[in-house]
Design a protein around this ligand. Structure first.
Ligand code: GDP
Length: 365
């Protein structure tokens, strides 16, 4: 399953946030996993549409979809040179699909900052530089060999060498791989190098509990937002400390607490939603009297492969999908009414599943 890695300098609030995530996961009623890695937290993806579907179908079970956060502790300045947990840390980042980069945006004289002062941009650049240096090392390890092959007119090597040259130039200028424009062939040629700085990033501005209702007045947050805009990345503002309190609550209690704080959605829910989009993920639903269930798929997935997410038999024996969009179903008021209005579509193998589709798969066993 897909996972987002939580990174950041020491003492910025990563563990506090990660504990909130684990707590929220443990609270969710239908927890489909038992034993997991202590560094992995599973969260259910909040979805108002699923709640509405549950009201319509009144099923025995409502099962949200989930994804993972991995706590990646141990990054310090010099990690790419093996400082701290250095290489271990970098290997852990290599295996995640996206990065949530936690940045300290709160003042607290009792909590030491590794570099002696709160400076979110300096923090971000410190971490980004370590990742860039690690990527530069990957390029340097490979480029001479590829250059030799390219000189011998090896076609694949020519393409790879061209990609590596562009990347090396970017890394030497402290730019991440995700800002380098490569052709599709070039991308494919260097894919296996799995650059740390090619992964999508979300900046998580951790503010003090006093700032959570109006984070816009926080200067640190403004700096992070300006930086993220240049970096074509998104920002989520949270207070990790508050999140760990919110995570212990559910339903009405949670709603009341959020209202008291003057916020609509918990930071964690925003983090989950934005990470989900960042990973290119979307949700379809299956709905019936037994259960209303949400399923995660990669945007662009065709119907048989989407069916395969439920069960491999569904993909192998795929006949067709009966599909109604969430909006059409809600407007009609029931599946029967949607059918009468001609909103229930029969879709074949080439159909690209859309976010919010409510689907019944037909298949041969
Ligand atoms: P990590 O090293 O990045 O995992 O940081 P921790 O989660 O251990 O947090 C470091 C310290 O900052 C702890 O004492 C936390 O209680 C504190 N802290 C974390 N988030 C907040 C916050 O939102 N507000 C305040 N005031 N303190 C926080």
């Amino acid at each position: 399953s897909l996972t987002t890695g939580i990174v950041g300098l020491p003492n910025v609030g990563k563990s506090t946030l990660f504990n909130a995530i684990t707590q929220a996961g443990a609270e969710s009623a239908n927890y489909p996993f038992c034993t997991i890695d202590p560094n992995v937290g599973i969260v259910s993806v909040p979805d108002e549409r699923q709640e509405k579907l549950a009201q319509m179908y009144n099923p025995k079970k409502v099962i949200p979809t989930t994804f993972e956060f991995t706590d990646i502790a141990g990054l310090v300045k010099g990690a790419s040179k093996g400082e701290g947990l250095g290489n271990q840390f970098l290997a852990n980042i290599r295996s995640v699909d996206a990065i949530s980069h936690v940045v300290r945006c709160f003042d607290d004289k009792d909590i030491t900052h590794v570099s002696g002062k709160v400076d979110p941009i300096d923090d971000i650049e410190t971490i980004n530089l370590e990742l860039i240096l690690a990527d530069l090392e990957s390029v340097n390890k490979r480029i001479d060999r590829v250059q030799k092959l390219a000189k011998q007119k090896d076609k694949d090597a020519v393409i790879e060498f061209s990609a590596l040259t562009k990347l090396k130039d970017a890394f030497e200028n402290e730019k991440p791989a995700r800002h380098v424009e490569l052709s599709d062939d070039e991308k494919a040629a260097v894919k296996s190098l799995n650059f740390l700085t090619s992964k999508p990033v979300l900046y998580v501005a951790n503010v003090s509990e006093d700032d959570i209702a109006s984070p816009d007045v926080n200067d640190y947050v403004k700096q992070v937002q300006a930086f993220a805009e240049k970096d074509k990345a998104e920002v989520v503002v949270i207070s990790a400390r508050i999140e760990s309190e919110i995570a212990e609550l559910e339903g009405e209690e949670k709603q009341n607490f959020l209202e008291e704080l003057g916020i609509k959605k918990s930071g964690l829910d925003q983090l989950i939603e934005k990470s989900y989009k960042l990973l290119g993920l979307a949700t379809y639903f299956t709905a019936g009297e037994q259960e209303v269930r949400a399923w995660t798929f990669h945007q662009g997935t065709k119907a048989p492969q989407a069916a395969g997410i439920i069960h491999t038999d569904f993909e192998r024996g795929f006949i067709r999908a009966e599909v109604v969009s969430y909006e059409d179903l809600m407007e009609a008021g029931s599946l029967q009414a949607a059918k009468e209005k001609g909103k229930l579509r029969l879709e074949g193998k080439e159909y690209i599943v859309q976010d919010g589709d409510v689907i019944h798969f037909r298949f041969n066993v």
